[in-house]
Write a protein that binds this ligand. Structure first.
Ligand SMILES: Cc1cc2nc3c(=O)[nH]c(=O)nc-3n(C[C@H](O)[C@H](O)[C@H](O)COP(=O)(O)OP(=O)(O)OC[C@H]3O[C@@H](n4cnc5c(N)ncnc54)[C@H](O)[C@@H]3O)c2cc1C
Length: 370
């Protein structure tokens, strides 16, 4: 057998999983498609975000928080091994509101979640004056904000690069320009056929191929009911620090640029940006931080999220092909720490039934059975 674990997909999810498996002493090969592949991992907003996650599904809120709590250890481990800082900051983050009504609605939904989480959901509500104290550059149109103390952000491109570097350093074969076109169970293990017709073998397979899983995962009995959701993002020139904490719409990155985003649209696999959304994002950002009116916009781009029908992750071992796993999620940056530090236990388990980590059974594909 060539490798113990074949990880299909070299985005944030595949690399986090591969890194975790390597730390557990497994032999891993990562297969990744060419540079033309659609990659959410190169176009995202970099939030390590808790608030709002799992508002109607407490297992997702718990899983997200578990990952957010594991992030400091994860970031430290990656920094020690690579000598590269990921610029993780977890000093809290805001949900900013321009009307009293939208703030009140959001607070009500968080209060409901707080009850479901046994009162353990650390947020506070800031009126205009209170947010102004925290963020002196906030605009007069801002009605208030929710400060959630577990939120933060990281440099997502540094994370991707560091994981790619460490996965190789820890001995994985990383095969790029290697679109997998066929996955097939064998008497023992699996065969993977690549676009160049090469055939590779592995004991176990973990499919983390983002939107590419839509065609690959059903070959091993998964449903993979995923679709693309386009998000558009802008970034300004570098500016002296003036935003203390990130929000879902605006963050000042460690190099000084202000990242503004991100929209949500259904546009199929079209990952082009559009002027109307760019203008809308910029207008909204200037209402929140009027200082941005004089900032030059450097770049705008769009990228495609990998969405499931309910927006929650899928962690599934195939019911027909034991040893084949499918992983996908909407928030691969936030969940990277959990994927690297917690998932190996599940992936290496001898139990071929339901996920061995209790919290993962809430994320099986069985929830999509009609
Ligand atoms: C605009 C935007 C903002 C976002 N903001 C955040 C945020 O703030 N915080 C957060 O936590 N998340 C955020 N996300 C989500 C996050 O970026 C994704 O959850 C994450 O990048 C998904 O990683 P992935 O590895 O599953 O997918 P991808 O990055 O899409 O990677 C999939 C990989 O699989 C490979 N592949 C596909 N098919 C095949 C095949 N057949 N054979 C071999 N390889 C294949 C591709 O080459 C690709 O490299 C955002 C996403 C977007 C679009």
């Amino acid at each position: 057998m060539d490798t113990e674990f074949a990880v299909v997909g070299g985005g944030i999810v595949g690399l986090s999983v591969a890194y975790g498996l390597l730390c557990s002493g497994k032999r891993v090969t990562v297969y990744d498609e060419g540079d033309t592949a659609i990659r959410a991992s190169r176009g995202n907003f970099g939030l390590v975000w808790v608030q709002g996650k799992g508002q109607n599904y407490p297992p997702y809120a718990r899983w997200t928080r578990r990952s957010a709590r594991a992030w400091p250890q994860f970031a430290q481990q990656l920094a020690q091994e690579s000598g590269t800082a990921l610029n993780l900051q977890q000093r809290g983050g805001y949900s900013i509101h321009l009307t009293e009504q939208s703030l009140a609605d959001k607070v009500a939904s968080y209060e409901k979640l707080r009850v479901a989480l046994d009162d353990d959901y650390p947020f506070e509500v800031l009126g205009h004056n209170a947010i102004k104290q925290e963020e002196p550059h906030i605009g007069p149109s801002v009605a208030g904000a929710i400060l959630h103390h577990e939120d933060g952000h990281v440099n997502p491109l540094m994370l991707l690069r560091t994981l790619a570097q460490l996965v190789r350093k820890r001995g994985a074969d990383v095969i790029t320009d290697a679109a997998v076109t066929r996955l097939e169970p064998q008497a023992s293990g699996y065969e993977l056929q690549l676009q160049n017709k090469q055939v590779h073998r592995a004991e176990k397979i973990v499919i983390c191929a983002g939107l590419g899983a839509k065609t690959l995962a059903p070959m091993l009995g998964f449903k993979a009911p995923i679709f693309a959701q386009r998000g558009q993002v802008l970034i300004t020139e570098k500016m002296p620090p003036f935003i203390n904490r990130p929000s879902g719409e605006i963050r000042q990155v460690n190099e000084g640029g202000v990242q503004i985003g991100a929209s949500s649209e259904l546009a199929g696999l079209n990952d082009s940006e559009t002027i109307d959304i760019t203008a809308q994002l910029a207008r909204n950002a200037m209402l929140m931080y009027p200082k941005l009116a004089s900032a030059s916009l450097l770049r705008s781009w769009a990228a495609l999220r990998i969405m499931t029908p309910d927006g929650y992750p899928i962690y599934q071992q195939s019911t027909t092909c034991p040893g084949a796993f499918y992983i996908t999620c909407h928030s691969g940056i936030t969940l990277a720490a959990a994927h690297a530090l917690l998932l190996p236990e599940w992936l290496c388990s001898r139990d071929h039934g339901e996920p061995s980590l209790p919290s993962l059974s809430a994320f099986s594909e069985a929830r999509f059975n009609v």
